[in-house]
Design a protein around this ligand. Structure first.
Ligand SMILES: *Cc1c(COP(=O)(O)O)cnc(C)c1O
Length: 366
């Protein structure tokens, strides 16, 4: 930790608003027999937020990063904890020590988990992933999935087969439709037929599968989702899916940054246009002289300035460099000056980068 008495930039996390969102999502899903793994990787597992996921009845706390699960354990949370990035072979000792459940897609890794369980005197549960077209993790062929399931069921004495799952709308931009869910259920049935018992969990995906729940189109046998964005932000479902998400707080996270320069300047750069500081050719529209503010926060902190949403009317994010954010404030009704603080709502990428930046203070609102 640095010794700077620094106030800005900071990201405020409103725990009451977050609690409301977790409660709301858990309740809607519970009514349809769906358990929720509360995914905390999107805000880098901010420790103060972790207990809420347990208190609000998530069936597990989940992250792609074992560090977050370790933090939750150190805080004394009970879990269960789910590791949702298919494990690296090199992290299996930590995985077995920290996580109760993991998503998996490689037989050699499953075997290594079993060996590590023996070493540590523990057991571990797994959900086998089926790739239904999004082309990220998971078995592509049904036969391979079934083979792996039988292997876990019959050969791995310390690893329990909890169920099957899938992931959609991450790499391949594949939409979660009732048909995709039926495909997953059919894969589960193929497994069940061979192992001769019903699987506990069929995990239908993340936030991108939540619209099916809201629209009452989720097939009955899907009984588990792993949700991050749709709880913490709830923005994508409204903006991209056009769903009414008014039952969620969209302002759990707020970035506050300080104005360090405010001047009237031309909107079009003067001189020969080459590339910006990241090697990109900028696009600039000549709108004449405009009042613009520079804020003390930059790409190092949020990566994508287009995913910052100014809260004040009449502001427009123009662009950024590593350490500067440039905002057009010409149309803002308020009289802004150097030293003023501007607020921004976050989206997934800005949430994940800002909460992970060592230059951005976290402000926990209880
Ligand atoms: C990140 C992740 C999730 C949660 O995604 P959201 O879009 O934030 O709900 C679920 N499952 C897996 C495997 C993930 O990696």
């Amino acid at each position: 930790m640095s010794s700077l008495e620094k106030k800005y930039p900071h990201v405020e996390v409103d725990l009451k608003k977050l609690r409301h969102n977790i409660d709301a999502v858990v309740k809607i899903c519970r009514e349809q027999g769906i358990g929720i793994a509360g995914v905390v990787k999107g805000f880098n597992g901010i420790p103060e937020a972790l207990p809420l996921y347990q208190e609000c009845g998530c069936t597990s706390i989940a992250s792609s990063r074992l560090e977050h699960i370790e933090d939750a354990r150190i805080m004394g949370l009970e879990g269960p904890f789910m590791a949702i990035r298919i494990p690296m072979e090199s992290e299996i000792p930590d995985l077995v020590r920290l996580a109760d459940i993991s998503l998996n897609s490689e037989i050699t890794v499953l075997e290594a988990i079993n060996e590590e369980c023996k070493r540590q005197g523990r057991t571990h549960k797994v959900i086998l992933m089926a790739d239904l077209g999004d082309l990220r993790e998971g078995f592509w062929d049904v036969e391979d999935l079934v083979k792996a399931a039988v292997y876990v069921e019959k050969r791995l004495e310390r690893v329990t087969l909890l169920g099957v799952g899938t992931n959609l709308g991450c790499y391949g931009s594949i939409n979660a439709t009732p048909e995709k869910m039926e495909e997953l259920i059919n894969r589960a049935k193929a497994v069940e037929k061979v192992i001769g018992r019903r699987l506990d969990i069929i995990s239908g995906g993340g936030t991108t599968s939540f619209p099916l729940v809201i629209e009452h189109k989720m097939p009955g046998r899907i009984n588990h989702l792993r949700m991050g964005e749709g709880i913490a932000l709830g923005k994508d479902l409204e903006d991209l899916w056009g769903l009414d998400m008014s039952f969620l707080n969209k302002d759990v996270f707020t970035l506050r940054a300080e104005i360090i320069e405010i001047k009237d300047k031309p909107s079009y750069p003067a001189g020969e246009i080459f590339v910006d500081c990241f090697g990109n050719k900028g696009v600039y529209i000549d709108r004449g002289i405009r009042k613009r503010a520079i804020l003390g926060v930059g790409k190092v902190d949020f990566s994508l300035d287009s995913q910052l949403e100014p809260r004040l009317q009449g502001l427009e994010v123009l662009g950024s460099s590593s350490d500067h954010l440039i905002v057009d404030v010409q149309d803002c009704k308020e009289e802004l000056k150097v030293g003023d603080i501007l607020e921004f709502g976050l989206r997934y990428s800005t949430m994940v980068f800002l909460t992970g930046s060592k230059y951005v203070r976290l402000e926990i609102k209880r």
